[in-house]
Design a protein around this ligand. Structure first.
Ligand SMILES: Cc1cc2nc3c(=O)[nH]c(=O)nc-3n(C[C@H](O)[C@H](O)[C@H](O)COP(=O)(O)OP(=O)(O)OC[C@H]3O[C@@H](n4cnc5c(N)ncnc54)[C@H](O)[C@@H]3O)c2cc1C
Ligand code: FES
Length: 268
């Protein structure tokens, strides 16, 4: 984890209130799929706290790491980030949190397949995972959902991957009409062999339903949870979620023990 000043390289607004931000960080960072950073414009006192953002793309050139984030402009924190201009300084803390693990796929005797289900602003958190799975030649199916055409994120980047991509929108303006979980369920019903590991990130209701569907087909789900975060590194205990393992319940910090948890263990 590094606390460092990053520099804005590019910033673009798109769609229905979304922003893509590219930063350069003057050091080599080891960033893994599903990890995140805490960001805020430098020398800005309001809002005081950094905001959590999942890494969307990462590239290391010489001794500099270039990182892309995509976020929805919601309130004061994301509005301040969206007003940055190339050359501006950003307080960067990261990488934070645990990463998605593709070990469950690699360690089995039989080769498993991967199913990624993402929705809304959960989509940026799964591009690096999808790239990693494809690089390891894991047969990968990606389901991306959004409310409407202007809420879809990263379709150009996901389309470049050798994975099977299904897009859904609630209003049917692009792809299949309906919730992404409906397409997921239909897809699983049609499979002769349900040998998948499921990864999900998006609205809580979508991840809960994804986990329920996966469990009903005997599959494991790894869900990347969201929580309001103040520190991002385990100190404030403001981001806890209830987790059930065997008959034991515990509170775990999304920023340190997570953000990835096994879906069947989350008390949704
Ligand atoms: C690990 C992690 C990764 C994330 N990655 C991304 C990402 O890649 N792209 C992205 O757009 N967002 C992401 N988020 C969510 C992002 O951090 C929040 O949207 C952001 O903090 C909102 O800040 P704000 O000041 O704009 O809104 P605020 O003024 O703080 O809040 C505006 C409104 O949004 C609600 N809200 C704020 N934060 C959250 C939250 N975390 N969950 C649910 N509702 C919230 C508030 O209740 C309020 O109604 C991530 C969050 C976490 C924890
Ligand atoms: S955000 Fe402070 S402990 Fe998780």
């Amino acid at each position: 984890m590094k606390e460092i000043i990053a520099i804005v390289q590019e910033i673009n607004l798109f769609g229905n209130g979304y922003c893509r931000l590219k930063l350069s960080v003057p050091t080599i960072l080891d960033i893994n799929a599903g990890q995140f950073a805490m960001l805020k414009p430098a020398r800005l006192f309001e809002p005081l706290l950094r905001r959590a953002m999942a890494f969307y793309q990462v590239k290391v050139i010489n001794n500099t790491t270039f990182v892309d984030f995509i976020f929805h402009i919601l309130g004061r924190g994301t509005q301040a980030l969206a007003e940055l201009r190339p050359g501006d300084q950003v307080e960067f803390l990261g990488p934070l949190g645990k990463s998605f693990s593709i070990a469950p796929i690699q360690k089995q005797d039989q080769v498993l397949r991967a199913l990624i289900v993402a929705g809304g602003v959960g989509t940026p958190a799964v591009l690096i995972l999808a790239q990693e799975l494809c690089l390891k030649r894991v047969e990968t199916y990606i389901f991306l959902g959004a409310r409407s055409k202007d809420d879809l994120i990263g379709i150009d980047d996901f389309s470049l991957l050798p994975a099977k991509l299904t897009i859904t929108t609630d209003d049917g303006s692009v792809g299949e009409k309906g919730f992404v979980t409906e397409s997921l369920e239909k897809f699983l019903e049609m499979q002769e062999q349900n040998n998948f590991v499921v990864y999900t990130c998006g609205p809580e209701i979508m991840m809960k339903r994804t986990s329920e569907i996966a469990t009903s087909f005997g599959l494991k789900t790894y869900a990347s949870l969201e929580a309001r975060m103040a520190c991002g590194f385990g100190v404030c205990v403001g981001c806890v979620v209830e987790i059930q393992q065997s008959n034991d319940f515990s509170y775990q910090r999304v920023c340190v023990e997570g953000p990835i948890f096994e879906g069947s263990e989350v008390v949704w």
